[in-house]
Design a protein around this ligand. Sequence first.
Ligand code: ADP
Length: 274
Amino acid sequence: PASSPDPTPADVPSPTPGSPADALLTARGLRKSFGDNEVLRGIDLTLHRGEVVVLIGPSGSGKTTVLRALNGLETPDSGTIVVAGGPDIDFAPTDAVAPRVRARQRLALRDRSAMVFQHHNLFPHLTVLENVIEGPWRVQRRPKAEAIADARALLARVGLADKEDAHPHQLSGGQQQRVGIVRALALRPDLLLFDEPTSALDPELVGEVLLVIKELADEGWSMVVVTHELSFAREAADRVLFMDAGAVVESGTPAEIFGAPQHERTQRFLARLL
Ligand code: ADP
């Protein structure tokens, strides 16, 4: 769509796949404990421009915590996160880091990515349009008219042009989640993070939301998706990471992970689901 803000357009020169230059996001050695519970045990993750990485794995394996760390919502105990064009953010394992520094680190990450949550978290008292412009207008301080024009274009793109004056409770769960996606896009992030975006939906509404995500992937958005929808992972992922107990056990193309998983834990996980 010509009118849409597309952060990964065709005019970006495509570097050699896999070269460091095309890494949009690099996370190295992320560790995180909650009390005695070591939730992330050294996570490495690279997202190249235009790439779709899908995280799968058992409940409690740390997938959501990884996303939250990438978005600055969770502070790792140690490790490094770099988003291209931004600072190297080192989470030094020391308590000497000033809160001010931590806050700056979180902001540096939060501005670069937008997260779509399991529950859409729309403001119930605001209309769809008001929900979408809240971030761009009030937080990012872009001109209101520009935020509205952007929001309308994005709503049209996900088939919700006629819903801008509706309140969230007047929409189906699938429509609400599509508004949630539009709200993330309206922030014009460099990358999108999806945290089980369909797991709170009735089964018959899952498809329409996955379709929107698939279309965004086809348009070249860079994204990390946590999902239990393995058919989506098969179709949309460039790379699948299987996590278990706070570690990436195995990663590969969908064909590799689903067709010939190497690790016994991956095999067991898939055998239960397929
Ligand atoms: P997944 O997304 O794979 O289901 P999570 O990242 O949500 O896994 O959780 C991993 C582990 O971290 C779980 O044991 C969970 O209970 C724990 N956990 C997550 N967030 C917190 C928190 N804020 N405080 C304490 N424990 C947490």
